[in-house]
Design a protein around this ligand. Sequence first.
Ligand SMILES: [Zn+2]
Ligand SMILES: [Zn+2]
Length: 598
Amino acid sequence: MINSEEDRHLKLAGEADCAPEPLPTLRHSTAHLMAQAVTQIFPEVKVAIGPAIEDGFYYDFAKPAPFTPENLERIEAGMRELAKQDLPFVREEMARDKAIRFFEERGEPFKVEILRGIDAPTVSFYRQGDFVDLCRGPHVASTGAIRFFKLLSSSGAYWRGSEKNPMLQRIYGTAWLTKEELDQYLWRLEEAKKRDHRKLGRELDLFEFHDISPGAAFWLPGGMVLVRELEKFARESLDARGYQEISTPLLVNKKLWVQSGHWDHYQANMFKLEVEEEIFSLKPMNCPESTFVYRRTVRSYRDLPLRYSEMGRCHRNERSGTLTGLIRVRQFTQDDAHIYCRPDQLQAEITDLLDLVREWYGTFGLRPSYRLSTRPPDKLGTEQQWDLAEEGLHESLRANGLAYDLDKGGGAFYGPKIDIDVEDTLARQWQLATIQVDLTMLPERMECEYIDTDGQPKRPVVIHRAIFGSYERFIAILTEHFAGAFPTWLAPVQARLLPVSEKHAEYAKAVHARLRAAGIRAHLDDRNEKLGYRIREAQVHKVPYTLVVGEREAQQDTASLRPRGSDQSAVLPVDQILAGLAAEIGSRSATLTVGRSG
Ligand SMILES: [Zn+2]
Ligand SMILES: [Zn+2]
């Protein structure tokens, strides 16, 4: 999104600078308003570009020192003043050569550079008050229409995104059509900060990062519980669907990557090393190696489909400056699978995969949306192969009753694909699953075959798919989605047991042992601290259930149970608590069910 709007601005090749819908138009206009205020307050700055982006806008300025928070406040006040003046946005046209001179005289080198790259006899300008910008619009009628906005932050950004170019100062802002929408958005931003998985990862003892291995997580015991529970969930589901799990080596001879084509196209992303005078690399993906398992024996049409799943640990050489928590890493584990099937089985396999996607995401309360990408202009394989594959995907989406967007020409060169985004509780979109049909890459380059009914060798179709994407990224998303308050089945500690005082320590130990024997991750907190303090700490750690035991509980074999987020507790027999927890965990319930009245 950001890139496409930025590209559009730089190319100035289309019809307009921003999408003609109300929100992008408003945001783009707000960027002009901000540039006007900035040039008034800081007459020495040079203006670059200011596109609308998702949820807001930005504008880049050449300025020796960064903008301070006080600067942003002053600029925002200036914008409000200019908005009050209700200055109309007036369109003007000028010959390109004249426009270049115009901006040269104004000392605006970035506008001159943009103009030199434009292949058009005339260009358009928009003027509001004393501020003129090279632009194709559209804009709102006047600055008075810009009412609900806020400047958010400022950071350095290279001109045209390249380190070879000067560093500019970018100011981000947001603008909305109503006050309610603005307030809601600002609330979501605040909430997202609180939920940042890097922050929660530390606070909840889930994972951390160290400079000795950039982009690779150190999993702490709590985070490892998340990994193991997700693996267990995935394995149970895949076993029931006829998958077979494999595991292939991490360190692989260059020969394989030459054959698969990665050496030519993907080398820059691979970690290479020399072993006994031969070049090896850490695998950046699992695809080519899975074919060794497929090809180890002659396959017949009756053997297919073969569904090989792999928890594949991969390494990709991402630049250190781009690494971000668990979202952008160098080492990750894909929940990968490669399905080898006959062309006539493709549709049924895709239908089954879409069902799997809904089942998995539904468990976490994530709402999926679907996008089908079809044949690009330069593709491998025949039109007939593509017709069959694309029709299979359309039909599978329809058979599952799913609405989907179409990205014509957006497929990979070796086959069409379905990409799946999810929406989390803060209405943020994350791209997660991808289901790629491979008509030619693995089948032909890696020489996969099966003997068909006519006794002739044929190429299978391969489906590449990951549902979580990677465990790392999925855990980052879940941590933010749940704000660290995981459902009980996922929670690192499911129950905390608090004796009221030392006198009840023996009983507490006995209950703790029973919980553990029932497979419940229980933690006994018998520290010599006030009960209130220990209860609060259990809440801070977002433990689903707190069990307090004192004199009465010890006599009656009960515990006072308080579910997370509730200020009520209920005294229940320990057996009932055990059975309730086991049922809730066993069903992978998204909500806490034990000790809730009604
Ligand atoms: Zn504009
Ligand atoms: Zn693959």
